[in-house]
Design a protein around this ligand. Structure first.
Ligand code: NAD
Ligand code: GLY
Length: 354
């Protein structure tokens, strides 16, 4: 079993082991003194894995129930959050009981917020089932639901009590969802180089998933422990995201988050190269990795549209925008600058004069 310690405002462990899903009950028992557990999951993941988790919880004496929501980003909404809270009330959960979030990033975000808000906070066990959720959303305490005005507009920082990753569940993850997770993995490689970059170059990534997840979680841990509340260094984790978010919005969310981040990273790489910050080799490496893992290296949205979308982003701080600039694989820096810099990035990286 691989274990990564996260020392944020709450200290907790991320456990990574193939076949560990059946240990969920024992882990819940370790982190909660309660007797009741609610497993939050979606309509894809629940039929595959909820029974195993519920059984494991019941074996440890928990009175365990399933709260299932329809699959998809549209379910990450305030209505399902309130429905979830009412479900916990109906099942009689008290402050000493536990929420188990079993699913991809939609579930780790919504389940996390539900645990944070229910009776002002109860224990949370994150069991991520998509690659993206294992390497990113289940760790670090960002929880949220979407509002009509934008994604992740309504949420809090709330660290889980533990995270359990069983890479075996990735065998049922659709290939394009695996690729979406790989975009965040490539992001970690570009930020820090090292082991993740080495693993990415290997032929068969599925043979080293435990190690890959561990290395990614360690990188995320470093940024989260330095800047839990996202005021400084944690913004490095937004590499490719400033442009990526504009691609997601510009496509009306038909381009998935991971694909948008991959295209966003490649656009940043080409722009940094043209601005003289990085080399052609760096751009080529990033594009090659995106292609290897079936991710786009470009957007088919015009620079003008992307620029207008990013200016309309409601989470933007005033007139400034942060860009993670790429110097080389493993060497990036933050450039908090005037929003107009987006024009330069797009015209160099996405093409078309602005
Ligand atoms: P998702 O939760 O929608 O999962 C993607 C798809 O894979 C869904 O259809 C899901 O049912 C399916 N799935 C998940 N695990 C499966 C499995 N083992 N077998 C079969 N199907 C499986 O989306 P995602 O890509 O995991 O996460 C995206 C979400 O995460 C977005 O809402 C994003 O905002 C959020 N996010 C949050 C953070 C954070 O730090 N909190 C970071 C990154 C992304
Ligand atoms: N996914 C970015 C962060 O956790 O800050």
């Amino acid at each position: 079993m691989k274990t990564v310690n996260i020392d944020a405002s709450k200290s907790y462990k991320v456990y990574i082991e193939k076949g560990s899903l059946k240990t969920a009950g024992a882990l819940a028992k370790e982190i909660s003194k309660g007797t009741k557990a609610v497993v939050v999951s979606d309509s894809n993941v629940a039929p595959l894995y909820a029974d195993a988790v519920l059984q494991s919880l019941r074996n440890e004496g928990f009175d365990a129930e399933l709260f299932e929501i329809p699959v998809g980003e549209a379910s990450k909404n305030p209505e399902n959050l309130v429905e979830g809270a009412n479900f916990l009330i109906d099942k009689g959960l008290t402050r000493s009981d536990i929420v188990v979030a079993l699913g991809g990033g939609v579930i780790t975000d919504l389940g996390g917020l539900l645990a944070a808000m229910y009776q002002r906070g109860i224990s949370l066990l994150q069991i991520p089932t998509s690659l993206l959720a294992m390497v990113d959303s289940s760790v670090g305490g960002k929880t949220a639901v979407n509002l009509k005005s934008g994604k992740n507009m309504f949420g809090v920082f709330y660290q889980p009590s533990a995270v359990l990753c069983d890479p075996d569940v990735l065998s049922t993850l659709p290939a394009e969802e695996f690729s979406n997770g790989m975009a965040e993995v490539i992001k970690y490689a570009v930020l820090r180089g090292g082991k993740v970059a080495e693993l990415l170059e290997k032929e068969e990534i599925t043979n080293c998933l435990e190690e890959l997840i561990e290395e990614c979680v360690k990188i995320k841990r470093d940024y989260v422990t330095r800047d839990e509340f996202d005021k400084g260094d944690r913004q490095f984790l937004n590499l490719g995201h400033t442009v990526g978010h504009a691609i997601e919005r510009g496509s009306n969310f038909s381009v998935a988050h991971g694909s948008a981040v991959a295209a966003g990273m490649c656009i940043m790489a080409r722009a940094c190269e043209k601005l003289g910050v990085s080399s052609r080799e760096t751009t080529a490496w990033i594009e090659k990795m995106c292609e290897k893992y079936f991710l786009p290296t470009d957007s088919n949205i015009s620079s003008e549209e992307l620029y207008n979308d990013s200016m309309a982003d409601k989470k933007r701080e005033g007139k400034s925008l942060s860009f993670v600039m790429i110097k080389a694989v493993g060497e990036c820096y933050l450039n908090k600058t005037n929003a107009a810099f987006m024009k330069e990035i797009l015209s160099h990286g996405n093409g078309g004069e602005l």
